[in-house]
Design a protein around this ligand. Structure first.
Ligand SMILES: [Mn+2]
Length: 312
């Protein structure tokens, strides 16, 4: 597979790299990393990157301006996505040839594209490293940093999909000069205000001693931190997550605009969606929510969660 990709790239003097909309670090890392890889090993090729950009990730690179005419004479490489409606910049359709390099499980719905897939890869960036290693390509430090950033984020900082291959790729990138500190500082540094706000809600939440934790938040608390209601409602429910002995946690926040109480519910493993639905809400099995009339109803929700934990 990786030799075939290499052969395709060799055939074109101009290449445009695409990826999915609202890019995460893996989409950008694989896009930027591949551009570096090609330019480093084929300095005479023209390589461009296109797509919408997330301001937070500008530190790695910015996108290129590309005319339709350039794309018409190029190989389009689409990374970290294989479905048409998620690709940012639909002009890949103009290209002479399209290849897709992706690690997601789903099939590719571009009939005219060649699909290169490795569902065992934790990240599209891992596929780029495998591609580089198999073809003995030179990886410069900027390339290594971009690829490492996708590996570290898509693997949840080495929590998910931990294979020997993933660690081999990470080790290789560190050997090539990946700036791991830069990535961690940029991606995982919190601002002071957010940290203090989380500390406030962490101090404040209560538990019923029976496996349920909860927060009741007033308008004055939203005002105090000068944020919108979602920043508290959806943003602070996580302060009660991953705590020993707490199975279900709920964040209830007064919403001035609707004069209702927004409930955000989370659970480690007990399905809580039926309770959210009972109160007119919805979502996922372990992460859902409902809009309630008042805090009195919120107390009934907590009672329902308590019964769920007792019955589990
Ligand atoms: Mn990915």
């Amino acid at each position: 597979m990786y030799q075939e990709i290499h052969a395709k790239i060799s055939q074109y003097s101009s290449i445009v790299i695409f990826r999915h909309q609202r890019p995460d670090m893996d989409a950008l890392g694989s896009q930027i990393g591949l551009k570096h890889l090609i330019l480093e090993n084929y300095p005479h090729k023209q390589v461009y990157m296109v797509g919408d950009m997330n301001e937070k990730y500008h530190f790695l690179a910015s996108m290129d301006e590309v005319t339709d005419e350039v794309i018409q004479n190029s190989l389009a490489i689409i990374v970290d996505v294989a479905v048409m409606n998620m690709i940012s910049d639909e002009r890949y359709l103009l290209a002479k040839e399209i290849i897709v390099i992706d690690h997601h499980q789903n099939d590719c719905d571009l009939p005219q594209a060649t699909h290169y897939q490795n569902i065992k890869a934790a990240a599209a960036c891992q596929m780029m490293v495998e591609f580089a290693m198999e073809n003995h390509l030179t990886v410069n430090p900027d390339c290594a940093t971009a690829l490492y950033s996708g590996i570290v984020t898509d693997s949840g900082r080495f929590l998910f999909s931990l294979t020997p291959e993933l660690f081999q790729c990470a080790a290789f990138l560190v050997q090539q000069g990946a700036q791991t500190r830069l990535i961690y500082d940029r991606l995982y540094a919190e601002n002071l205000k957010d940290k203090k706000m989380k500390a406030y809600f962490t101090q404040k939440f209560k538990t019923n001693g029976q496996g349920v934790a909860y927060l009741f938040n007033k308008q004055s608390e939203i005002d105090r931190f000068e944020v919108d209601v979602a920043t508290i409602s959806r943003g602070m429910v996580g302060v009660m997550a991953n705590i020993e002995g707490i199975e279900i946690w709920a964040n209830f926040t007064y919403d001035k605009s609707s004069d209702k109480v927004l409930g955000e519910f989370r659970s480690k493993r007990i399905e809580i969606l039926p309770i959210a639905k009972k109160y007119g809400g919805g979502g996922h099995a372990l992460a859902c929510g409902a809009t309630l009339d008042n805090f009195k109803v919120a107390k009934q929700v907590i009672a329902d969660f308590t019964k769920l934990v007792q019955g589990a």
